[in-house]
Design a protein around this ligand. Structure first.
Ligand code: ADP
Ligand code: ADP
Length: 232
């Protein structure tokens, strides 16, 4: 489903070169929940930008859904990226739009008709447990509810992969658990492949099948969560 082959990403900065990611090899299976954990500066965000095709690696290849997204561009890249969705730490909702209209936004961009949109939005609202909040504005929602909107919006166009960028880091522990349970439920129900980056071990332990541990741009360990984090 996802293959990273000998990936490196080097940024040029005023003070010289910064190697954000170095010689990373990973393969992520269809339908699994894969975690990437590391401290700040480890290279996690760079990995996400490489996975969603927002950046090109300096070396190596990134393959997602059979497309070599590290080497395509233009329309081909745009089409490939439609199947790769994201949720964010700070939700990135549109504040002047209601819950329903936030969720409908990617459907509008995809040119889905109004009738189809309403039907799909209703399904998504049910899926994420926001029934009754369709007409609320983001500012009227709790953090957990905002992330539910983010998840519904991310699923609108039936992605193959959901990338979660510190998606629970702004939430309290209880809300974090409820969002992780929702992600697990969606993974089981839709068979969606989920990749999440986090600095929190608890998040990985709770829902991931496998994990890669990053330090200074390198994957220093990877494998089954139980193996990697077993207590000595
Ligand atoms: P993390 O998400 O784990 O905190 P990042 O991927 O954001 O790590 O950063 C990894 C390293 O790459 C850091 O040293 C960071 O300063 C550097 N870096 C990230 N993005 C850029 C960029 N656009 N330009 C220059 N350096 C960057
Ligand atoms: P919270 O109170 O839930 O932490 P934030 O203030 O962090 O919410 O904002 C959440 C997200 O919404 C951020 O990504 C921010 O950029 C975006 N945002 C905030 N205000 C607006 C606005 N007026 N219009 C569009 N987006 C906004």
């Amino acid at each position: 489903m996802i293959e990273l082959k000998d990936i490196s990403k080097i940024y040029q900065s005023k003070n010289g070169e910064i190697t954000a990611v170095k010689n990373v090899n990973l393969s992520i299976n269809k339908g699994e929940i894969f975690g990437i954990i590391g401290y700040s500066g480890a290279g996690k965000s760079t990995m996400i930008r490489l996975l969603n095709g927002l950046e090109k690696p300096t070396n190596g290849t990134v393959i997602v859904n059979g497309k070599q997204i590290s080497s395509i561009s233009g329309n081909e890249l745009r089409n490939a990226r439609q199947k790769i969705s994201m949720i964010f730490q700070h939700f990135n909702l549109l504040w002047s739009r209601t819950v329903a209209d936030n969720i409908a936004f990617p459907l509008e961009i995809a040119g889905i008709t109004k009738n189809e949109r309403s039907k799909r939005v209703k399904e998504l609202i049910d899926l994420v447990g926001l029934s009754g909040r369709e007409n609320a504005y983001p500012s009227q929602l709790s953090g957990g509810q905002k992330q539910r909107v983010g998840i519904a919006r991310a699923l609108a166009n039936n992605p193959e992969v959901l990338l979660c960028d510190e998606a629970t880091s702004a939430l309290d522990p209880e809300t974090t658990d409820s969002i992780l349970e929702l992600l697990l439920d969606i993974n089981k129900r839709l068979g969606l492949t989920i990749v999440l980056i986090t600095h929190e071990m608890h998040v990985i332990r709770k829902i991931c099948n496998r994990v890669a541990v990053m330090e200074a741009g390198q994957v220093v360990e990877q494998g089954d969560v139980l193996q990697v984090f077993q207590n000595p």
